[in-house]
Design a binder for this molecule. Sequence first.
Ligand code: FA5
Length: 338
Amino acid sequence: MLALINQIVDKCLAAIQEASSTQQLADIRVRFLGKSGEYTSILRGMKDVPPAEKPQMGKHINEGRERIEQALAAKESECKAAELAARLEAESIDVTLTKDLPFGSTHPVTLVLDQIIDIFVGLGFRAVEGREIESDYYNFQLMNIPLDHPARDMQDTFYVTENTLLRTHTSPMQAHTMQEEKPPIRIVVPGKVYRADDDATHSPVFHQIEGLVVDKGISLAHLKGTLDAAARALFSAETKTRFRPSYFPFTEPSVEVDCSCPLCGGKGCRLCKGTGWIEILGAGVVNPQVLINCGIDPNEYSGIAFGMGIERIAMIKYGVPDIRSLYENDVRFLKQYC
Ligand code: FA5
């Protein structure tokens, strides 16, 4: 029996030596040490060993098993290291390889925003950015919308604290600028604004660009001339603008500004719902009360202001019927505009 034990141990050690993977070693373990493995089956022969020889035989069997276990462990760590090295080699990534990788591109809202900023910078405006978390004081009160004013209903938003909110429009930057700078002031304010809105043409977060001019002798005529020039640069040289009476607490008089439909040129189509005109922004002459609120003498200075929704312009320019498609991050949709 001793000879048989030695023979199986030698056979097992040779198999371990030849193995080249952890899987082969696992098979060897089952073949020799498993429940019905070759080495385990020796134990069954113990019942025929004379009692006097049993301790000696048992010791020999255990020593054999120990040698097999040690050989398996040593070979296992060797194979594991080799397998890890092979995997790392196979899965290595060349981070410098750029060929065929999809590149990102400018989002259509950013494209339109950048274009509008360029147009106004070309007309002598300076672009400034404000804060998205504003106080009620700047967002509403300085803009001539007191605490109990019904116009607040048109701009319901998300409150951070009782007196702090996500700004509903870029207009509070009018107040910040007028408080910090002396006229002449000529700024545009691009940025994100927030409202409790959500449908095909209204998003809870969207972009506006505000415009403000304060100087001596500024009138509605300057507003008309400026917006005419901007609409022609934005859509086409043939684009016309028209003013319709409107109401904003911070401008007096206030107007809604339409431009001739960029799709049909004013003849009437699906985009302009047959009217030939498309509404693009709200504007007006700065209410003297706002100038007073911000420390500017309305007897000396006057101003014009306007605010436009960028998504709305992007939807008109690109014929996008649902504002939500601008934010769904569907690459097939976004790719059309790069
Ligand atoms: C204002 O926000 C005024 N502050 C604009 C203004 C500035 C008027 C200076 C006078 C002087 P209004 O609420 O109409 O006005 O919003 C301006 C534009 O933002 C709208 O014409 C529309 O294009 C866009 N807009 C409004 N709400 C949403 C919304 N939820 N999602 C997308 N665009 C919106």
